[in-house]
Design a protein around this ligand. Sequence first.
Ligand code: MIC
Ligand code: SF4
Length: 648
Amino acid sequence: MGKNIVEKIFGAHLAYGDLKPGAAVGLKVDQVYTQDATGTMTWLQFEAMGLDRVKVPLAVSYVDHNMLQQNFMNPDDHIFLQTVAARYGAYFSKPGNGICHQVHLEQFAAPGRMALGTDSHTPTGGGMGMIAIGVGGLDAATVMGGSPFELTMPQVMKVNLKGRLRRPWVTAMDVILEILRRLSVKGGVGKILEYGGPGVRDLNVTERATITNMGAELGATTSIFPSDKRTKFYLTAVGRPHDWVELAADKGAKYDGKLEIDLEAIEPMIAQPHSPDNVVTVKSLAGVKVDQICIGSCTNSSYQAMKAVASVLKGNTVAEGVNLLINPGSKQVYEMIAKESLTSDMISAGARMLESSCGPCIGMGGAPGSGQVSVRSYNRNFKGRSGTKDAHVYLASPVSCAVFAIKGEMTDPREAGIQIKASKEPSKYLINRNFIILPKEDTSDIKVIKGPNIKEVSVKKPMKDRIEAEVLLKLGDNITTDDIMPAGSKVLPFRSNIPAISEFVFENIDKTFSSRANEAKAHGGGILIGGENYGQGSSREHAAIAPMFLGIQAVIAKSFARIHRSNLINFGILPLVFDKPEDYERIEKGDRLALRDLFLLLEGGQTYTIENMTKGYSFTAKSGLNDREKEIIKKGGLLPYTRERAGA
Ligand code: MIC
Ligand code: SF4
């Protein structure tokens, strides 16, 4: 029987299990990478395993998120990440080298490989024909320690592309925005999107990477393109032709679902506040005034994206009321556009150049003013994520953004009367690895340096047979990890300090949350109630560790996002799904809930009868854990589980 690409790569990496949707599979991993905001915890957890060296063929520690150095905290994290990488045999990408996903694509991603990253946009590597999955830090640490990566086998959905993009004003960003419009932020949950069809040929690797990057916003486990002549062309251009292998689905390959996209019919699209799936055509918003434009992020900061932006800006002037911020994705991209004088086209038009990092995407500077309209070529526009609670953040392609910056308002770029030069994909990229420190053979005398803000990882006690706790918060659908554990320049420096960061949990939703949770600790702790797709968005395990630290015992929701559900389990918080979604309606904040005989029910059918002691009725919810997850929950999380198995 013909195989699809996912089956081929999973098959070649299978450690155990059956490749059937819904079954638990163990996979051997070739590459693991971390970024700084999630990396400090990951590496502390790795260190706690007591091993001498990472046990995966390639590990990379990047620094790209926490780049503002307002005091000692972020730079201390950087030096910790540099020394810990050196100590345990990982590559280190210095601050300023660029956004992890863009740099990884340039330097390490290779078709047919299996990669994990402690960031939800790791699927960027899917543009290269690699299975690249975003995971929580503890999952990454365990894999670096030599364990296979365990995953519930997703369904594979074929996205059939036909036709050609109406370049240069219609881009890969518009394609993924259209897919988000059709499928929504939960449309990809439990699925891998495998792209195929004649339209694939029309897209180069960095364009494909834009599409797979933002597959994260669909909730998909990952997305992947075939590896073909265009992949070979890119790998040759970045000096790694030896990494190329061909990869295509067999004739007759089977899929669990199908989506047709006609590239020819795609128009410039834009996501409106406050969700990446709230997508309409740019045309329909023509005339909306803009205050800020941000171009870059791991979605749209390749050399070609920057070149197209420079071509739009050349000879034009940024409108009076607009601030234009540009962050090229990597130092290599930056150096290349500087050499070709494209940076000067940007600067002379009135752009503010930022360093190669996440920057405004995660509220690390570049926040819009009160009530301002900001259009970004980024991937997330959740409320408050920019750092300004009442800002109106939109998402659009880099070239649409550049046109809006000049016009001062949203305009269909095709009708703006602005010239753009279509450019050919470069056959040779500038290569400069002087911001990458290679792993060394002998690491025995390397000392790991930890600043005073770096605190040891908290561990939960083993599960008890009974939970009796108060509903501390009742939340709606699509609650993001940004809602649970906000980011931004004020909070991010505490990523390596759980007691301190836990004070910010749900800060933008309920300022009293952490103090109420702390009080509830003495009375059995707390329970959270969620709607559909609870925990969508980032991979930050802090959205589970900090609630664990605050005594949260269980989250009962209508459904969960994949990475967050795993993170909850990894930190001993029981994720339960309402049997009947209507039971969600009856529960209120402040109700006391009781779950009894947990061990028995966990080993049995995993259906729990939950008593609402305040209102005097019962309802049922399910945990649906696989065997390994059950053991992890019983032990209080993945760290105690791993320690016990290692006999520590
Ligand atoms: C994000 O885009 O939300 C982040 C910041 O990159 C996160 C990781 C984090 O919270 O550190 C992600 O996407 O996983
Ligand atoms: Fe960085 Fe933004 Fe990409 Fe997250 S989405 S990795 S914050 S650029």
